[in-house]
Write a protein that binds this ligand. Sequence first.
Ligand code: NAP
Length: 305
Amino acid sequence: MATLWHVLGAGSLGSLWAARLARAGLPVRLILRDAERLAAYEASGGLTLVEHGQPQLFEVCAQTWDADEPIERLLVACKAYDAESAVSQLAPRLQPNAELILLQNGLGSQDAVAAKVPQARCIFASSTEGAFRDGDWRVVFAGHGYTWLGDASDPTPPAWLDELQSAGIPHQWTPDILTRLWRKLALNCAINPLTVLHDCRNGGLQAHNCEIAMLCAELTDVLNRCGQPAAAEALHTEVERVIHATAANYSSMYQDVAHNRRTEISYLLGHVCAVAARHQCPTPYLTQLQTRLVGHLQSRGLPTD
Ligand code: NAP
C-alpha cells in the first residue's frame, strides 16, 4: 500500500500540495491546528484548488495533531515561526523511518525542526511556486514554478519523487539545497525589507540603486564568510535582474505587512544578521535595515520576531 502523505498545515502551499497529490490518487491526510478548525474544514466539504480560474473540490481527509495514526511521511507546510512547535506536537507519532519535507522559506526553522526529531530524515525544500488563499480551505495556484528538494547530510534521493512526478508537482532533487536556500534568502534580504520601508512594488527599488548595492556587498561578505560562496556569486547582478523581472509584483513581505500578517523576519533578515554576528562579519547596512524594519513592524502593531 502507498505510504500516506500527512500534510501539516492547510494554508496556501499545504493545500496546493495536498490537492495535487489527492488528484493523482495518492493517499493524503491534512493535519489541522485543533478540533475547531477540523469541524470548520469538515463543514466545508473539502479543499478547493483554483487553477486557471477553475475551482475543483478535493475531499481530502483531515485530522488533528493528537490523532493516533502513525506518520511515515510528513510535509511541513506551516510558516517558519510555527514549524518547530507544530512538529514537536507530532513527534510521538513519527515512525522510526519517518521523512519530513520542510517547505519553509528562509533559514533557521529547518535546523530547529531537525533538532526536535533526530530520528527522522529532514528534507529541505525551496519553492518558486506561488499560491494564496482567497477563502478558508480554498487556494489559488497563482504562480507556476519549481521546488528544489535536498538533504545536506545524505545525497540519496527518496523513492517518492516518482509520486511528485505523477502528481504534476515540478521538482528537482539537488545535493546543493543549502546553496539554493541561502541564495533565495540573500535575494529576499536585498529586496523584500526595502519594498516594505519604501512602500513600493519590486520595480520601485530601481530608484534605490545605492542602497541595493551596499546591501548586496554586505550579503556577499556574509555568504562568503559562512561557507556559502556559490550562493554569493554575482549576487548584485541577480538582484537587479529579479527587481527588473518582477517589477510589477509586491514582495511576499510587503503583502504580509499590508494584510497585517506576521512576517517571517527572524528566518530572513534576522537570520542573516545573526549569522553575520556569529562570524564577526561587520554588516552595518543590514543591521540598520533590520532596525528600521523592526521599528516599522512595531509602529503597525505587528510581531517583530
Ligand atoms: P499559510 O497560508 O499561512 O499557511 C500556513 C498554515 O499552517 C495555516 O493554514 C495554519 O493554520 C497552519 N498551521 C500553523 N500552525 C499549525 C499547527 N500547529 N497545526 C496545524 N496547522 C498549523 O502559509 P503559506 O503561504 O502556505 O507558507 C508556508 C511556508 O511556505 C512559509 O514559510 C512560506 O514562506 C513558504 N512559501 C510560501 C509560498 C506561497 O506562495 N504561499 C511560496 C514559497 C514559499 P491556520 O489556517 O489554522 O492558521
